[in-house]
Design a protein around this ligand. Structure first.
Ligand SMILES: Nc1ncnc2c1ncn2[C@@H]1O[C@H](COP(=O)(O)OP(=O)(O)O)[C@@H](O)[C@H]1O
Ligand SMILES: [Mg+2]
Length: 502
């Protein structure tokens, strides 16, 4: 008798092991396991709940013999109810009487049961970490509860392994897709010198330099205010180089939190930290053969700078939690809108890294310092945007003139954005009337102001200051201002200044 029971348990395990050898998503694996429990062990109701870090709830990811509503209702907080407690403590639980208070009946399943089911809940672990709970409702007739618990524990372990496997598959798929995306992007978009608009001396110089530096493997440092075209230039350099069919990988050093940045850049080995169930390639490895573009390099945390220096200098990546180093073949282009030299002086950027990056500096001046580029850029963007929005929009000469005067603190990006808005809103011709109000405010600022008005305003302010400083003693205030008492009195009246009695 006993022999045949063990045989049935073994059949379940055998069947589940077969499931493991196939590559399935975790959800599919769970469903297979629960189905196996039904067909080999007569478990009519069971589910797997995983902890979701975002909602901080355990939720059912796979179930057998539960209705949609029961699955949806099955949400447990950490430590709440039997499922929550098993998750929190890792202690397996067997309950033969489901009418007791600690059984929350969150799913509502109890109402449908026959009444003599035993509830078994065991933790699902990945390494040290508990990720969820396997819950089984079973009427024990032939088998012992003890055996049921043993089987559930084994299945909990196996589910943990399946989870780990599926994570690795997902990770690999994601990496593969990212690589594919980078490559197709490289093929679909055309970046060449014609894409860089500008006839100013500054831009012409830059283009000459780009032609020379692009085919080499030299590190390039692009500086310039935000929106001046640093990212565009970096791509052009890549696509003019022999690396053009290999990945161009951008890392925005300011957009990623410091703790994540290290893993993103250099990758990690399995087990490097809690949650690192698989190893991961860093951006440098992903870019192998291609170009890494380090955007906002000025925001690179000091703590990561030595590691970056090592990559640039020795072309070697040290993975997090890894023993060995990985050789990579990458070209580095960096960009920043900050003054790296100043950051070095202030101790915020390593000097050795600065010199490594600054081998070939390219500076793009702000648009307001190369105003002759503005009409060309306007033409270019109107052409591109008209095509994109399937419209024919032109611009009046007066509007172009005003745009050449405007200071464009957001540089080419601001110009492009404004034109895009106008193209969407307008039919026909853009005129000065279409320019936004902040535009006019800014243009007024640069205009010469009326001298009498300026003098009067300053006079009034200085008199008020002097009166406040002297506690409204007019004779002393007059002295400070270099006026006679009569002259001060005259002005106090003229400006309607109130004399406070203190
Ligand atoms: N000289 C240029 N010719 C054509 N487009 C440009 C030029 N400079 C910048 N742009 C465009 O302006 C926008 C902002 O440029 P971007 O390279 O992102 O600036 P940055 O990286 O310096 O902030 C992009 O859409 C870019 O294509
Ligand atoms: Mg940029």
């Amino acid at each position: 008798m006993r022999h045949s029971i063990e045989g049935r348990s073994l059949s379940v395990i055998n069947q589940v092991a077969k499931t493991m050898s196939r590559t399935l998503s975790f959800k599919e694996s769970v469903e297979e396991v629960l189905k196996t429990l039904y067909s080999f062990w007569d478990v009519k109701h069971s589910y797997v709940a995983l902890y979701d870090k975002q909602s901080r709830l355990l939720r059912i990811v796979g179930a057998f013999g539960l209705t949609e509503e029961e699955i949806e209702r099955g949400l447990f907080k950490k430590g709440e109810g039997i499922v929550g407690k098993v998750y929190k403590s890792g202690v397996p639980t067997v309950l033969s009487d489901l009418s007791i208070a600690s059984y929350l009946n969150r799913t509502g399943l109890r109402n449908r049961l026959e009444g003599d089911e035993t509830f078994i809940a065991v933790p699902i672990r990945v390494g040290e970490e508990i990720i969820g709970v396997l819950a089984i409702f079973k009427r024990f007739e032939k088998e012992s509860v003890e055996e049921g618990l043993q089987l559930a524990l084994i299945l909990g372990t196996m589910l943990g392994m399946m989870y780990k496997l599926s994570q690795r598959v997902d990770e690999e798929r994601r990496e593969w897709e990212e690589e594919k995306r980078m490559l197709t992007e490289a093929l679909s978009e055309r970046y060449n010198l014609e894409g860089i608009i500008g006839r100013s001396t500054a831009m012409r110089n830059i283009m000459e330099l780009v032609k020379k530096v692009a085919p080499t493997d030299i590190t390039v440092l692009i500086t310039g205010e935000s929106g001046t075209g640093k990212s565009l230039l970096a791509k052009v350099i890549h696509f003019l180089s022999r690396r053009k069919d290999k990945p161009f990988v951008t890392i925005n050093c300011s957009a990623i939190p410091e703790t994540l940045l290290e893993a993103e850049l250099f990758g990690y080995e399995k087990g490097a930290f809690t949650g690192a169930y698989t190893s991961k390639k860093g951006k440098f490895e992903l870019a192998d053969g291609g170009t890494v573009f380090l955007d906002e390099i000025g925001d690179m945390p000091l703590s990561l700078q030595p590691k970056l220096l090592r990559v640039i200098q020795d072309k070697e990546v040290e993975k997090l939690g890894g023993e060995r180093t990985v050789k990579v073949d990458v070209r580095v282009i960096a960009a920043t809108n900050r003054d790296l030299g100043q950051l070095v002086k202030n101790g915020l950027f390593r000097e050795d890294l600065y010199y490594r990056l600054n081998v070939f500096p390219l500076h793009i001046p702000p648009l307001r310092e190369r105003r002759e580029d503005i009409p060309l850029l306007i033409d270019h963007f109107l052409r591109v945007l008209s095509a994109r929005y399937n419209k024919k929009v032109s611009i009046s000469p007066r509007a172009v003139e005003l745009m050449m005067e405007y200071p464009w603190y957001g540089n080419v990006r601001e110009l492009e954005n404004l034109l895009e808005r106008l193209v969407i809103l307008k039919e026909g011709t853009i005129t000065e009337k279409d320019l936004p109000s902040y535009f006019w405010v800014e243009l007024q600022k640069d205009k010469p102001r009326s001298i009498p008005e300026l003098v009067q305003n300053t006079e009034r302010e200085e008199i008020l200051k002097a009166l406040q400083m002297t506690g409204y003693v007019k004779s002393r205030a007059a002295k400070l201002l270099g006026l006679t008492l009569r002259q001060l009195d005259y002005r106090i009246k003229k400006y309607g200044i109130e004399i406070k009695k203190i």
